[in-house]
Design a binder for this molecule. Sequence first.
Ligand SMILES: [Zn+2]
Length: 123
Amino acid sequence: MDKSPVTKRIYAKIFALLERHPEGLRWSELLSKIKAGDESFHPKTFNGYVWKLVQRFPDKVYKPSKGLFRLLKYKSVKMEYKKTAKKTIWKTCSRGHKYKGAGPCPVCWPGQRLKRRGKSGNL
Ligand SMILES: [Zn+2]
């Protein structure tokens, strides 16, 4: 089984993905990325591969936390998982409403956005 081309291909793919994500990848992310690239791929098979990943490559992969896989060579790189990704900056207006985006607080100034669109007909 170890020598099957499928096994090789899957592991090569897993390592390529981990290579691109020094912060590590979760099980589900690995699965969806591999599925996206290979239509013939069965999640059940994948299950087995990932289970054995750390066991088979203890010198290459480790699990910083449950369900998270990361290359050993990135272990010394300080990077917290996904903390920097997709950060939404929330603002708080003087009355305490939380909102995001440019412009004034949409709760205090509900008309502000409509006016900008230039629809003055129904005023
Ligand atoms: Zn407000």
